[in-house]
Design a protein around this ligand. Structure first.
Ligand SMILES: Nc1ncnc2c1ncn2[C@@H]1O[C@H](COP(=O)(O)OP(=O)(O)OP(=O)(O)O)[C@@H](O)[C@H]1O
Ligand SMILES: [Mg+2]
Length: 236
């Protein structure tokens, strides 16, 4: 274990006495965009939480850049370079864009303070509205802010959980373009949980399918651009 950016080995986790993840193993190499697909409730978000450490593992291991991190807190994992954009975005509606982005700065390893400019360059609308309350934004703008907040921490790995939910198609496309650009320009490695087949086809280099807390298939690029194939894994 330990040659990729992310190595997950036989990871199990759950809530209370219920086990959700049933021994998940996957690896992601530097610069990859990997999609995680699967129906509602199969455990995709649970996996993201367990990788970030928001939810403790009951068994198995997570390694980042070759270092075991299973015993570390979410803050420590963030400081090492894992950015997390949770499902539902979880921005602070009563704070401005700038204030929301500052929440990501506390974990910034690069103290030169240029990360705001980078985030604003990727999402110009955030610069224009930097003094406005995030709660007044559309879903798409809130998603941009959630991604921007994670980018302020200068991550090497970005975990993005269903960014397209509740967002109009043109904005989904725009967010997809930005993720693609950051991957190309900065070599940012991305694990993308998605059910939007167009976004998956556009972004992902390869993928995994999950069902009932397990990885049930490894998907190549050709499978990810095959809508019928994708729908098989997403349909109930
Ligand atoms: N906080 C929680 N407490 C107890 N059970 C939970 C909690 N969060 C999720 N679950 C349960 O764990 C299972 C997996 O949920 P999870 O959110 O990981 O699924 P998902 O694949 O992300 O689904 P979706 O596509 O709807 O986001 C579900 O049965 C869900 O009801
Ligand atoms: Mg989910």
């Amino acid at each position: 274990m330990g040659r990729g950016v992310l190595d997950v080995s036989n990871l199990s986790a759950g809530y209370g006495s219920g086990s959700i993840l049933q021994g998940v193993t996957l690896e992601i190499g530097a610069g990859e965009i990997v999609a995680m697909i699967g129906r509602n409730g199969v455990g995709k978000s649970t996996l993201m939480k367990a990788i970030m450490g928001v939810l403790p593992a009951t068994s198995g291991e997570v390694a980042f850049m070759g270092q075991p991190i299973t015993h570390l807190s979410p803050e420590q994992r963030a400081a090492m370079g894992i950015g997390y954009v949770p499902q539902g975005r979880e921005i602070f509606p009563e704070l401005t864009v700038e204030e929301n982005l500052m929440m990501g700065e506390t974990i910034n390893r690069d103290k030169r303070g240029t990360r705001y400019d980078i985030v604003y360059a990727y999402f110009p609308v955030l610069r224009e509205r930097r003094r406005q309350l995030a709660g007044t934004f559309s879903g798409g703008q809130q998603q941009m802010l959630a991604i921007g907040r994670a980018l302020v921490g200068a991550p090497r790995l970005l975990l993005v959980d269903e960014p397209s939910v509740g967002i109009q198609p043109t904005i989904v496309l725009e967010i997809g373009e930005v993720l693609e650009k950051i991957n190309a320009e900065e070599g940012l490695t991305i694990l993308l949980v998605e059910q939007n087949t167009r976004l998956i086809a556009r972004l992902a280099h390869r993928g995994y399918a999950m069902d009932k807390g397990r990885i049930v298939a490894r998907l190549g690029r050709d499978q990810l651009t095959n809508q019928d194939m994708l729908v098989q894994y997403l349909a109930v």
